[in-house]
Design a protein around this ligand. Sequence first.
Ligand code: SF4
Length: 373
Amino acid sequence: MAGIYLHIPYCNTKCIYCDFYSITNHSTKVDMIDCLIKEIESKAIELKDKKFDTIFFGGGTPSLLLPSDLNKLFNVLYSNLNISSDSEISIEANPGTMNRKKLESFKELPINRISFGVQSFNNADLKFLTRIHSGRQAIDSIKEAQDAGFNNINLDLIFALPGQSLKGWEKNLETAVKLNTQHVSAYSLIFEEGTPLIKLYKLGKVRPADEEKERKMYDFTMAFFEEYGFNHYEISNYAKPGYECRHNLKYWMHKEYISFGPSAASYINDYRWVNVRDVNEYIKRIKSGTMAYDFIEYIDYDKSIDEYIMLGLRSTGIDINILRERYKIDFFSKYKSAAELLIKNNLAELKADTFYLTSKGYAVCDEILATYF
Ligand code: SF4
């Protein structure tokens, strides 16, 4: 089954580290939603043989949408696409845009998973990251979501912030597990090109955490979540058993997904395409009946196998049956010596026909990929 992604490109302010496509001028919102609806309708025939079991509202800040906007989108999704009744339906939420009433309204929609962009519970960290909420607001939002009946909640955290101590990071993790959410994504801070953060770095105004400290924080995170019974199922993602994000697993397991909205990427029938980034250009194209994509590429055998191995080793592993049936590769002849060496050094395991990295292996995943695959 395939996944559905909708990109909602509006935020209240732009965080200094963020390179996702999002804008703070909301004047195009009504038009953009109409265009999302048109784009979904325009794909209905092409997708009539596909079945979907995940929907993900990402952004930007999709929690800025009104429940009535989301309701319109659900109506058009369910009437045009073949969506399974037990689908995982996620929405990203910024704690600075949530309140009890909104969460209760979201609960009345088909949404069954909320992913909170918390990043830190420490107000100094949040100020540095230019987030619009406090640590207290993040805690309150998660508790309100639980009170509203949500029992599949993720929170995103960022570590290796300039000046952040290991103790400070540990405190964030302790606060996270006390909230008893089912999933945590813990990313290190990346200095992305084109962001205000990298400009500050180039001006010498901020210094990234040193590599050794970052590695210590990552090692601590892995051990911490293991102790609390989380499954480390992707380099940066930890879930209570059964709560792994089914939508993100589509990306990581090289499965199909269709996406709608500006800058959204799709992968269907061996083609990958990415919509234009600019919301005005997106609206113009959809209104005039022109295709919204900026580029499209055919994923041939070589690209597909590279992606399958790279994504698999970063997450749930390589299924040796898929390797044989889809790619005509015998895992044991092609990767025997690499696999034996990695298993011997506790960097990988082979169980139930799946070859996957251990937590120790995740920590050096890039080196493993570059050296052996
Ligand atoms: S709220 Fe999220 S999408 Fe919006 S600017 Fe901040 S990090 Fe980016």
